[in-house]
Design a protein around this ligand. Structure first.
Ligand SMILES: *[C@@H]1O[C@H](CO)[C@@H](O)[C@H](O)[C@H]1NC(C)=O
Ligand SMILES: *[C@@H]1O[C@H](CO)[C@@H](O)[C@H](O)[C@H]1NC(C)=O
Ligand SMILES: *[C@@H]1O[C@H](CO)[C@@H](O)[C@H](O)[C@H]1NC(C)=O
Ligand SMILES: *[C@@H]1O[C@H](CO)[C@@H](O)[C@H](O)[C@H]1NC(C)=O
Ligand SMILES: *[C@@H]1O[C@H](CO)[C@@H](O)[C@H](O)[C@H]1NC(C)=O
Length: 191
């Protein structure tokens, strides 16, 4: 009897935890949506369907399902990138290329320990490249080209992101040296 109650309690806790984690990923996606003006391309992002089926969202198959990819390429998104995205801690792919997003790249993206692909190219992101991105040590592809980023490129990026196979930073306004990152990836903005 007592055993049965304990098992029941255990599974209740598990169910509650799953519900909490899921609610948090959904809230994070809604925080992202709240900061962008989407021109109706995020119309499927409503409570009539599970967030794992929202356009551009891919979830893992484990329980609780976690968001592993957010791919919204060429969706006419404008506005800023919510720092809340740093809470999608299972994210492996973030691809928001060819939109009109602006403002800074949030430092919180450094919390995405599983991130492999970051494509924010062809937007209007400004400010400096966050040092925190050097925490995404599994990153294999980083495309930040064709934005308005400036300042120096943190040495830690080249030093710590040892899995990088492709990086493009061209068509920005970076200045200075870029240790650890081969020249051909950072063609200077000005001759
Ligand atoms: C909610 O999303 C569904 C697709 O999942 C879409 O068909 C429906 O029009 C949306 N509802 C609203 C109110 O936007
Ligand atoms: C991330 O999640 C935590 C816990 O739910 C919350 O307190 C925090 O505000 C979230 N971060 C952002 C940037 O939304
Ligand atoms: C940036 O990285 C530092 C060190 O890892 C961490 O303490 C800090 O919370 C990160 N900032 C954000 C906004 O996640
Ligand atoms: C981002 O998505 C677009 C459209 O699917 C694709 O062409 C591009 O290669 C993706 N970026 C990366 C780095 O995979
Ligand atoms: C440079 O970046 C801007 C802003 O994203 C873009 O409009 C322009 O087409 C890019 N130029 C080239 C040559 O890719």
């Amino acid at each position: 009897m007592a055993m049965g109650v304990m098992v029941l309690q255990g599974s209740l806790v598990a169910v509650l935890m799953i519900a909490m984690v899921r609610a948090r990923d959904e809230a994070t996606l809604l925080a992202f949506k709240a900061q962008v003006s989407d021109g109706a391309s995020l119309v499927s992002w409503n409570s009539s369907a599970d967030f794992c089926s929202w356009e551009g969202v891919t979830c893992s198959h484990q329980r609780p399902a976690r968001v592993v990819a957010l791919i919204l390429h060429s969706r006419a998104l404008s506005g800023a990138l919510s720092p809340a995205l740093g809470n999608l801690t299972f994210l492996r792919t973030l691809n928001l290329s060819f939109n009109w997003l602006r403002g800074e790249i949030p430092e919180s993206l450094g919390r995405l320990q599983h991130l492999q692909t970051l494509d924010l190219s062809y937007n209007s992101f400004s400010g400096t490249l966050p040092l925190n991105l050097s925490s995404c040590v599994g990153m294999t592809t980083m495309a930040l080209d064709s934005n308005k980023l400036d300042g120096g490129i943190p040495a830690e990026l080249g030093e710590r992101l040892t899995s990088l196979k492709a990086i493009s930073l061209s068509n920005n306004s970076f200045t200075g040296a870029h240790p650890g990152i081969p020249d051909q990836f950072v063609p200077s903005a000005k001759p």
